[in-house]
Design a protein around this ligand. Structure first.
Ligand code: BGP
Length: 462
Protein backbone atom coordinates (compact mmCIF):
# COMPACT_ATOMS: atom_id res chain seq x y z
CA UNK A 1 0.00 0.00 0.00
CA UNK A 2 1.55 3.24 -1.07
CA UNK A 3 0.51 6.77 -0.35
CA UNK A 4 1.81 10.17 -1.40
CA UNK A 5 0.27 11.81 1.66
CA UNK A 6 3.08 12.95 3.96
CA UNK A 7 3.43 11.20 7.32
CA UNK A 8 2.42 14.26 9.33
CA UNK A 9 -0.51 15.14 7.04
CA UNK A 10 -3.40 16.58 9.06
CA UNK A 11 -6.73 14.85 8.52
CA UNK A 12 -10.00 16.09 9.92
CA UNK A 13 -13.10 18.18 9.48
CA UNK A 14 -14.26 21.78 9.59
CA UNK A 15 -17.23 23.49 11.21
CA UNK A 16 -18.10 27.07 12.09
CA UNK A 17 -19.36 28.44 15.40
CA UNK A 18 -22.59 29.89 14.06
CA UNK A 19 -23.53 26.70 12.19
CA UNK A 20 -23.05 24.27 15.09
CA UNK A 21 -22.99 25.92 18.49
CA UNK A 22 -26.52 27.26 18.99
CA UNK A 23 -26.82 28.87 22.47
CA UNK A 24 -27.06 32.11 20.55
CA UNK A 25 -27.71 34.28 23.59
CA UNK A 26 -26.07 32.16 26.24
CA UNK A 27 -23.44 33.38 28.71
CA UNK A 28 -23.53 36.93 27.46
CA UNK A 29 -23.10 36.38 23.73
CA UNK A 30 -24.24 39.32 21.58
CA UNK A 31 -26.18 39.11 18.32
CA UNK A 32 -24.26 38.62 15.08
CA UNK A 33 -24.91 38.98 11.36
CA UNK A 34 -25.56 35.24 11.27
CA UNK A 35 -28.27 35.53 13.94
CA UNK A 36 -29.98 38.09 11.70
CA UNK A 37 -30.10 35.77 8.68
CA UNK A 38 -32.83 33.22 9.37
CA UNK A 39 -32.96 32.33 5.66
CA UNK A 40 -29.23 31.95 5.27
CA UNK A 41 -26.53 34.17 3.95
CA UNK A 42 -28.33 34.95 0.75
CA UNK A 43 -30.83 37.07 2.69
CA UNK A 44 -28.51 39.99 2.28
CA UNK A 45 -30.47 42.47 4.34
CA UNK A 46 -29.43 44.40 7.38
CA UNK A 47 -31.75 43.37 10.22
CA UNK A 48 -33.42 40.79 7.96
CA UNK A 49 -34.77 39.07 11.06
CA UNK A 50 -37.91 40.43 12.57
CA UNK A 51 -39.04 39.50 16.09
CA UNK A 52 -40.61 36.06 16.16
CA UNK A 53 -38.69 34.83 13.10
CA UNK A 54 -37.49 31.27 13.52
CA UNK A 55 -33.76 30.76 13.03
CA UNK A 56 -32.53 27.16 13.05
CA UNK A 57 -29.09 28.45 14.09
CA UNK A 58 -30.41 29.61 17.48
CA UNK A 59 -29.93 26.03 18.64
CA UNK A 60 -28.15 24.66 15.54
CA UNK A 61 -26.87 21.21 16.56
CA UNK A 62 -26.30 22.35 20.16
CA UNK A 63 -22.53 21.85 19.96
CA UNK A 64 -22.33 24.37 22.81
CA UNK A 65 -23.61 21.69 25.16
CA UNK A 66 -22.59 18.55 23.24
CA UNK A 67 -19.05 19.33 22.14
CA UNK A 68 -17.58 16.54 24.29
CA UNK A 69 -19.64 13.88 22.56
CA UNK A 70 -18.95 15.36 19.12
CA UNK A 71 -15.21 15.70 19.62
CA UNK A 72 -15.08 12.10 20.91
CA UNK A 73 -16.78 11.00 17.67
CA UNK A 74 -14.26 12.98 15.59
CA UNK A 75 -11.48 11.29 17.56
CA UNK A 76 -13.04 7.91 16.84
CA UNK A 77 -12.74 8.70 13.13
CA UNK A 78 -9.07 9.43 13.73
CA UNK A 79 -9.04 13.22 13.27
CA UNK A 80 -5.72 14.90 13.90
CA UNK A 81 -7.19 18.34 13.20
CA UNK A 82 -10.52 20.09 13.74
CA UNK A 83 -11.23 23.45 12.23
CA UNK A 84 -13.81 25.60 13.96
CA UNK A 85 -14.25 29.31 14.63
CA UNK A 86 -14.57 31.50 17.66
CA UNK A 87 -17.80 33.48 17.74
CA UNK A 88 -16.45 37.02 18.06
CA UNK A 89 -19.65 38.08 19.88
CA UNK A 90 -19.08 35.53 22.65
CA UNK A 91 -15.84 37.34 23.46
CA UNK A 92 -16.90 40.92 22.71
CA UNK A 93 -20.72 40.82 22.66
CA UNK A 94 -21.20 44.20 20.96
CA UNK A 95 -17.77 44.21 19.39
CA UNK A 96 -16.52 47.52 20.81
CA UNK A 97 -16.11 46.76 24.52
CA UNK A 98 -12.73 47.33 26.17
CA UNK A 99 -12.92 44.14 28.24
CA UNK A 100 -13.75 40.62 27.01
CA UNK A 101 -16.59 38.46 28.27
CA UNK A 102 -14.98 35.85 30.55
CA UNK A 103 -17.79 33.31 30.12
CA UNK A 104 -17.22 33.28 26.37
CA UNK A 105 -13.48 32.78 26.79
CA UNK A 106 -14.08 29.90 29.21
CA UNK A 107 -16.27 28.07 26.73
CA UNK A 108 -13.46 27.87 24.16
CA UNK A 109 -10.94 26.93 26.87
CA UNK A 110 -13.06 23.85 27.49
CA UNK A 111 -13.50 23.05 23.78
CA UNK A 112 -9.75 23.30 23.06
CA UNK A 113 -8.87 21.27 26.14
CA UNK A 114 -11.26 18.57 25.00
CA UNK A 115 -9.60 18.49 21.56
CA UNK A 116 -6.18 18.17 23.22
CA UNK A 117 -7.38 15.31 25.37
CA UNK A 118 -8.18 13.48 22.12
CA UNK A 119 -4.97 14.45 20.32
CA UNK A 120 -6.80 16.75 17.89
CA UNK A 121 -5.10 19.98 16.83
CA UNK A 122 -7.47 22.95 16.74
CA UNK A 123 -7.38 25.18 13.67
CA UNK A 124 -9.25 28.35 14.52
CA UNK A 125 -10.90 30.88 12.21
CA UNK A 126 -11.16 34.29 13.85
CA UNK A 127 -14.23 35.27 11.88
CA UNK A 128 -16.43 32.82 10.03
CA UNK A 129 -19.35 34.66 8.43
CA UNK A 130 -20.40 36.55 11.53
CA UNK A 131 -19.61 39.81 13.19
CA UNK A 132 -21.24 41.44 16.21
CA UNK A 133 -24.34 43.42 15.24
CA UNK A 134 -23.14 46.18 17.57
CA UNK A 135 -20.42 46.85 15.01
CA UNK A 136 -22.74 46.49 12.03
CA UNK A 137 -24.84 49.32 13.48
CA UNK A 138 -21.72 51.47 13.45
CA UNK A 139 -21.05 50.81 9.78
CA UNK A 140 -19.59 47.29 9.83
CA UNK A 141 -16.27 47.00 8.03
CA UNK A 142 -17.07 50.26 6.28
CA UNK A 143 -16.01 51.95 9.53
CA UNK A 144 -12.25 52.08 9.96
CA UNK A 145 -12.68 51.84 13.75
CA UNK A 146 -13.78 48.20 13.26
CA UNK A 147 -10.11 47.38 12.57
CA UNK A 148 -9.22 48.42 16.15
CA UNK A 149 -12.06 46.34 17.59
CA UNK A 150 -10.92 43.32 15.60
CA UNK A 151 -7.33 43.83 16.71
CA UNK A 152 -8.44 43.88 20.34
CA UNK A 153 -10.41 40.68 19.78
CA UNK A 154 -7.52 38.96 17.97
CA UNK A 155 -5.03 40.00 20.66
CA UNK A 156 -7.36 38.71 23.37
CA UNK A 157 -7.81 35.26 21.85
CA UNK A 158 -4.17 34.84 20.77
CA UNK A 159 -3.07 35.68 24.32
CA UNK A 160 -5.64 33.46 25.96
CA UNK A 161 -5.20 30.40 23.74
CA UNK A 162 -1.55 30.69 22.67
CA UNK A 163 -0.65 27.42 24.39
CA UNK A 164 -3.68 25.56 23.06
CA UNK A 165 -4.00 26.77 19.46
CA UNK A 166 -1.13 26.95 16.99
CA UNK A 167 -3.03 27.03 13.69
CA UNK A 168 -5.05 30.15 12.94
CA UNK A 169 -7.02 31.62 10.04
CA UNK A 170 -8.21 35.21 9.72
CA UNK A 171 -11.48 35.59 7.72
CA UNK A 172 -13.50 32.74 6.25
CA UNK A 173 -13.88 32.99 2.47
CA UNK A 174 -12.84 36.63 2.56
CA UNK A 175 -13.48 36.90 -1.18
CA UNK A 176 -17.22 36.25 -0.69
CA UNK A 177 -17.56 39.85 0.47
CA UNK A 178 -17.78 40.83 -3.20
CA UNK A 179 -20.84 38.68 -3.68
CA UNK A 180 -22.43 38.95 -0.23
CA UNK A 181 -21.39 42.23 1.37
CA UNK A 182 -23.71 41.92 4.39
CA UNK A 183 -22.36 38.51 5.39
CA UNK A 184 -18.81 39.43 4.54
CA UNK A 185 -18.37 43.01 5.65
CA UNK A 186 -21.65 43.96 7.34
CA UNK A 187 -22.81 46.40 4.67
CA UNK A 188 -26.36 47.12 3.56
CA UNK A 189 -27.74 45.77 0.31
CA UNK A 190 -27.30 48.38 -2.40
CA UNK A 191 -23.96 49.69 -1.07
CA UNK A 192 -21.81 51.23 -3.80
CA UNK A 193 -18.74 49.51 -5.21
CA UNK A 194 -16.54 52.12 -3.53
CA UNK A 195 -18.18 51.40 -0.16
CA UNK A 196 -17.79 47.66 -0.61
CA UNK A 197 -14.13 47.84 -1.65
CA UNK A 198 -13.36 50.30 1.16
CA UNK A 199 -14.84 47.86 3.67
CA UNK A 200 -12.90 45.00 2.07
CA UNK A 201 -9.76 47.09 2.35
CA UNK A 202 -10.37 47.60 6.07
CA UNK A 203 -10.82 43.87 6.45
CA UNK A 204 -7.58 43.17 4.58
CA UNK A 205 -5.74 45.57 6.88
CA UNK A 206 -7.33 43.88 9.91
CA UNK A 207 -6.27 40.50 8.54
CA UNK A 208 -2.66 41.70 8.17
CA UNK A 209 -2.69 43.17 11.67
CA UNK A 210 -3.92 39.85 13.04
CA UNK A 211 -1.03 38.12 11.24
CA UNK A 212 1.42 40.52 12.90
CA UNK A 213 -0.14 39.97 16.34
CA UNK A 214 -0.16 36.20 15.91
CA UNK A 215 3.51 36.19 15.00
CA UNK A 216 4.29 38.24 18.12
CA UNK A 217 2.05 36.41 20.59
CA UNK A 218 2.19 32.85 19.23
CA UNK A 219 5.69 32.74 17.70
CA UNK A 220 5.61 29.02 16.98
CA UNK A 221 2.10 29.27 15.52
CA UNK A 222 1.06 29.63 11.89
CA UNK A 223 -1.61 31.91 10.54
CA UNK A 224 -3.21 31.67 7.12
CA UNK A 225 -5.91 33.31 5.03
CA UNK A 226 -9.02 31.53 3.77
CA UNK A 227 -10.30 31.85 0.23
CA UNK A 228 -13.35 30.55 -1.53
CA UNK A 229 -11.68 28.42 -4.17
CA UNK A 230 -14.29 28.67 -6.89
CA UNK A 231 -12.34 27.46 -9.90
CA UNK A 232 -13.37 29.02 -13.21
CA UNK A 233 -12.83 27.86 -16.77
CA UNK A 234 -13.50 29.83 -19.93
CA UNK A 235 -16.80 28.65 -21.42
CA UNK A 236 -15.12 28.36 -24.84
CA UNK A 237 -11.60 28.79 -26.21
CA UNK A 238 -12.54 32.21 -27.63
CA UNK A 239 -9.83 34.61 -26.40
CA UNK A 240 -12.53 36.89 -25.01
CA UNK A 241 -13.85 34.06 -22.83
CA UNK A 242 -10.33 33.18 -21.72
CA UNK A 243 -9.75 36.81 -20.80
CA UNK A 244 -13.02 36.98 -18.86
CA UNK A 245 -12.10 33.84 -16.95
CA UNK A 246 -8.73 35.37 -16.08
CA UNK A 247 -10.41 38.58 -14.94
CA UNK A 248 -12.86 36.63 -12.77
CA UNK A 249 -10.04 34.61 -11.22
CA UNK A 250 -8.18 37.80 -10.44
CA UNK A 251 -11.28 39.34 -8.93
CA UNK A 252 -11.52 36.41 -6.61
CA UNK A 253 -7.80 36.01 -5.89
CA UNK A 254 -6.80 39.64 -5.42
CA UNK A 255 -7.64 39.07 -1.75
CA UNK A 256 -5.09 36.28 -1.62
CA UNK A 257 -2.60 38.38 -3.56
CA UNK A 258 -2.83 41.14 -0.97
CA UNK A 259 -2.68 38.71 1.95
CA UNK A 260 0.21 36.66 0.58
CA UNK A 261 2.23 39.31 -1.26
CA UNK A 262 1.56 42.30 0.98
CA UNK A 263 0.33 44.84 -1.59
CA UNK A 264 -2.47 45.47 -4.07
CA UNK A 265 -1.70 43.97 -7.47
CA UNK A 266 -1.54 46.37 -10.42
CA UNK A 267 -4.55 44.83 -12.14
CA UNK A 268 -6.72 45.71 -9.14
CA UNK A 269 -5.58 49.33 -9.02
CA UNK A 270 -6.46 49.56 -12.70
CA UNK A 271 -9.86 48.00 -12.02
CA UNK A 272 -10.56 50.65 -9.38
CA UNK A 273 -9.56 53.40 -11.79
CA UNK A 274 -11.50 52.06 -14.77
CA UNK A 275 -14.65 51.69 -12.67
CA UNK A 276 -14.43 54.97 -10.74
CA UNK A 277 -13.98 53.12 -7.48
CA UNK A 278 -12.27 55.18 -4.81
CA UNK A 279 -10.56 53.34 -2.00
CA UNK A 280 -8.73 55.24 0.67
CA UNK A 281 -5.46 53.39 1.25
CA UNK A 282 -3.21 55.25 3.70
CA UNK A 283 0.58 55.00 3.86
CA UNK A 284 0.24 53.28 7.23
CA UNK A 285 -2.19 50.75 5.67
CA UNK A 286 0.45 49.92 3.06
CA UNK A 287 2.96 49.23 5.83
CA UNK A 288 0.46 47.11 7.77
CA UNK A 289 -0.40 45.04 4.68
CA UNK A 290 3.19 43.84 4.50
CA UNK A 291 2.49 41.32 7.26
CA UNK A 292 1.73 38.36 5.05
CA UNK A 293 0.22 34.98 5.83
CA UNK A 294 2.21 31.79 6.47
CA UNK A 295 -0.06 29.54 4.43
CA UNK A 296 -3.02 29.64 2.08
CA UNK A 297 -6.20 27.81 2.97
CA UNK A 298 -9.26 27.45 0.82
CA UNK A 299 -12.64 25.81 0.32
CA UNK A 300 -13.44 23.85 -2.80
CA UNK A 301 -16.83 22.47 -3.74
CA UNK A 302 -17.31 23.15 -7.42
CA UNK A 303 -16.05 24.77 -10.56
CA UNK A 304 -17.88 26.75 -13.21
CA UNK A 305 -17.43 28.63 -16.45
CA UNK A 306 -17.10 32.27 -17.35
CA UNK A 307 -18.19 33.84 -20.60
CA UNK A 308 -17.67 37.22 -22.22
CA UNK A 309 -21.12 36.88 -23.80
CA UNK A 310 -23.30 39.13 -21.71
CA UNK A 311 -26.55 37.54 -22.90
CA UNK A 312 -25.48 34.07 -21.75
CA UNK A 313 -24.07 35.44 -18.51
CA UNK A 314 -27.25 37.36 -17.77
CA UNK A 315 -29.44 34.34 -18.33
CA UNK A 316 -27.34 31.67 -16.63
CA UNK A 317 -24.77 33.07 -14.18
CA UNK A 318 -25.01 32.14 -10.50
CA UNK A 319 -24.03 34.30 -7.55
CA UNK A 320 -20.34 33.62 -8.27
CA UNK A 321 -20.77 34.89 -11.88
CA UNK A 322 -20.33 31.34 -13.15
CA UNK A 323 -22.38 29.70 -15.91
CA UNK A 324 -22.81 25.92 -16.07
CA UNK A 325 -20.13 23.69 -17.53
CA UNK A 326 -21.76 21.32 -20.05
CA UNK A 327 -19.24 18.58 -19.20
CA UNK A 328 -20.00 18.32 -15.49
CA UNK A 329 -22.78 16.91 -13.33
CA UNK A 330 -24.26 18.90 -10.48
CA UNK A 331 -25.27 18.27 -6.89
CA UNK A 332 -28.91 18.63 -5.88
CA UNK A 333 -28.13 22.31 -5.26
CA UNK A 334 -26.66 22.86 -8.71
CA UNK A 335 -23.04 22.86 -7.49
CA UNK A 336 -20.99 21.36 -10.30
CA UNK A 337 -18.90 18.41 -9.23
CA UNK A 338 -15.33 18.49 -10.54
CA UNK A 339 -12.71 16.37 -8.76
CA UNK A 340 -10.00 17.09 -11.34
CA UNK A 341 -10.64 20.77 -10.63
CA UNK A 342 -9.23 20.12 -7.16
CA UNK A 343 -5.88 19.12 -8.68
CA UNK A 344 -5.95 22.10 -11.03
CA UNK A 345 -6.77 24.52 -8.21
CA UNK A 346 -4.11 23.11 -5.88
CA UNK A 347 -1.49 23.43 -8.58
CA UNK A 348 -2.49 26.92 -9.62
CA UNK A 349 -2.53 28.21 -6.03
CA UNK A 350 0.87 26.61 -5.45
CA UNK A 351 2.25 28.11 -8.67
CA UNK A 352 0.87 31.52 -7.73
CA UNK A 353 1.92 31.74 -4.09
CA UNK A 354 4.62 29.14 -3.43
CA UNK A 355 3.24 28.88 0.09
CA UNK A 356 1.99 25.76 1.90
CA UNK A 357 -1.66 25.05 1.21
CA UNK A 358 -4.43 23.66 3.40
CA UNK A 359 -7.79 22.42 2.11
CA UNK A 360 -10.11 23.56 4.87
CA UNK A 361 -13.48 22.79 3.23
CA UNK A 362 -14.65 20.23 0.71
CA UNK A 363 -17.66 17.97 0.73
CA UNK A 364 -21.06 17.12 -0.67
CA UNK A 365 -24.30 18.66 0.55
CA UNK A 366 -27.02 16.06 0.05
CA UNK A 367 -30.37 14.92 1.36
CA UNK A 368 -29.80 11.82 3.48
CA UNK A 369 -32.52 9.26 4.04
CA UNK A 370 -32.59 6.64 6.76
CA UNK A 371 -33.13 3.11 5.42
CA UNK A 372 -35.45 0.52 7.00
CA UNK A 373 -32.77 -0.30 9.59
CA UNK A 374 -32.32 3.36 10.47
CA UNK A 375 -28.94 3.50 8.70
CA UNK A 376 -27.62 6.08 6.25
CA UNK A 377 -25.82 4.55 3.29
CA UNK A 378 -24.31 7.68 1.84
CA UNK A 379 -22.23 6.16 -0.95
CA UNK A 380 -22.73 9.38 -2.99
CA UNK A 381 -20.79 11.28 -0.29
CA UNK A 382 -18.08 8.64 -0.11
CA UNK A 383 -17.69 8.74 -3.90
CA UNK A 384 -17.53 12.53 -3.97
CA UNK A 385 -14.86 12.80 -1.29
CA UNK A 386 -12.91 9.78 -2.51
CA UNK A 387 -12.75 11.21 -6.05
CA UNK A 388 -11.53 14.55 -4.73
CA UNK A 389 -8.93 12.99 -2.45
CA UNK A 390 -7.56 10.95 -5.36
CA UNK A 391 -6.90 14.28 -7.10
CA UNK A 392 -5.43 15.73 -3.92
CA UNK A 393 -2.91 12.90 -3.92
CA UNK A 394 -2.12 13.61 -7.58
CA UNK A 395 -1.43 17.24 -6.71
CA UNK A 396 0.91 16.17 -3.92
CA UNK A 397 2.72 14.02 -6.49
CA UNK A 398 2.87 17.12 -8.72
CA UNK A 399 4.93 18.75 -5.98
CA UNK A 400 2.30 20.84 -4.20
CA UNK A 401 3.07 21.36 -0.49
CA UNK A 402 -0.14 20.54 1.32
CA UNK A 403 -0.45 20.51 5.10
CA UNK A 404 -3.86 18.95 5.51
CA UNK A 405 -7.46 18.30 4.57
CA UNK A 406 -10.50 19.09 6.70
CA UNK A 407 -13.75 18.07 5.06
CA UNK A 408 -16.66 20.45 5.50
CA UNK A 409 -19.28 19.58 8.10
CA UNK A 410 -18.02 16.20 9.39
CA UNK A 411 -21.16 16.31 11.49
CA UNK A 412 -24.45 17.54 9.99
CA UNK A 413 -24.88 21.24 10.66
CA UNK A 414 -26.99 24.19 9.57
CA UNK A 415 -26.24 25.20 5.99
CA UNK A 416 -24.74 28.66 5.63
CA UNK A 417 -26.46 29.28 2.32
CA UNK A 418 -29.95 28.06 3.14
CA UNK A 419 -30.00 28.02 6.97
CA UNK A 420 -31.55 24.54 6.75
CA UNK A 421 -30.53 21.16 8.12
CA UNK A 422 -31.67 19.18 5.09
CA UNK A 423 -28.53 20.02 3.10
CA UNK A 424 -26.29 17.62 4.99
CA UNK A 425 -22.52 17.16 4.73
CA UNK A 426 -21.80 14.95 7.72
CA UNK A 427 -20.20 11.59 8.39
CA UNK A 428 -22.33 11.86 11.52
CA UNK A 429 -26.08 12.29 11.23
CA UNK A 430 -27.91 14.69 13.55
CA UNK A 431 -31.58 14.12 14.19
CA UNK A 432 -33.00 17.56 13.49
CA UNK A 433 -35.13 18.79 10.60
CA UNK A 434 -35.64 22.18 8.95
CA UNK A 435 -38.48 23.01 11.33
CA UNK A 436 -36.33 22.25 14.36
CA UNK A 437 -37.97 18.91 15.21
CA UNK A 438 -35.80 16.01 16.35
CA UNK A 439 -33.90 14.64 19.31
CA UNK A 440 -30.48 15.99 18.23
CA UNK A 441 -29.21 12.43 18.63
CA UNK A 442 -25.97 11.66 16.74
CA UNK A 443 -25.62 8.60 14.50
CA UNK A 444 -22.66 7.28 12.46
CA UNK A 445 -23.29 7.12 8.70
CA UNK A 446 -21.63 4.65 6.35
CA UNK A 447 -19.18 7.40 5.38
CA UNK A 448 -18.02 7.57 9.02
CA UNK A 449 -16.37 4.18 8.74
CA UNK A 450 -15.05 4.91 5.26
CA UNK A 451 -13.35 8.16 6.37
CA UNK A 452 -11.98 6.40 9.47
CA UNK A 453 -10.31 3.86 7.19
CA UNK A 454 -8.92 6.54 4.86
CA UNK A 455 -7.39 8.42 7.77
CA UNK A 456 -6.01 5.26 9.33
CA UNK A 457 -4.35 4.26 6.07
CA UNK A 458 -3.12 7.86 5.51
CA UNK A 459 -4.90 7.87 2.18
CA UNK A 460 -3.57 4.58 0.85
CA UNK A 461 -7.05 3.02 0.82
CA UNK A 462 -8.50 5.62 -1.53
C1 BGP B 1 -18.74 27.72 2.57
C2 BGP B 1 -18.79 28.24 3.98
C3 BGP B 1 -19.29 27.28 4.99
C4 BGP B 1 -20.26 26.24 4.50
C5 BGP B 1 -20.03 25.78 3.08
C6 BGP B 1 -21.19 25.01 2.47
O1 BGP B 1 -18.98 28.75 1.71
O2 BGP B 1 -17.53 28.68 4.41
O3 BGP B 1 -19.72 28.03 6.11
O4 BGP B 1 -21.53 26.45 4.85
O5 BGP B 1 -19.72 26.82 2.23
O6 BGP B 1 -22.18 25.90 2.06
P1 BGP B 1 -23.71 25.63 2.33
O7 BGP B 1 -23.84 25.52 3.81
O8 BGP B 1 -24.44 26.80 1.79
O9 BGP B 1 -24.03 24.37 1.62
Amino acid sequence: MTTAFPKNFLWGGAVAANQVEGAYLKDGKGLTTSDMQPKGLLSLELDARTPGDFNLKDIAIDFYHRYEEDIALFAEMGFSCLRTSIAWARIFPQGDEQQPNEAGLEFYDKVFECMHKHGIKPMITLSHYEMPMGLVHQGGWGNKETINCFERYAKTVFTRYKDKVKLWLTFNEINMALHEPFTGVGLKKGSSQSEIFQAIHHQLVASAKAVKLCHEIVPEGKIGNMLLGGLVYPLTCKPEDVHSAMAETRHSLFFGDVQARGAYPGYMLRYFKDNNITVNISEQDKIDLKHTVDYISFSYYMSGCVTADEEIAKAQANILNMVPNPHLKSSEWGWQIDPLGMRILLNSLWDRYQLPLFIVENGLGAIDKLDEHGQINDTYRINYINDHLVQVEEAIKDGVELWGYTSWGPIDLVSAGTAQMSKRYGFIYVDRDDQGNGTLERKRKQSFYWYQDIIKSNGSNL
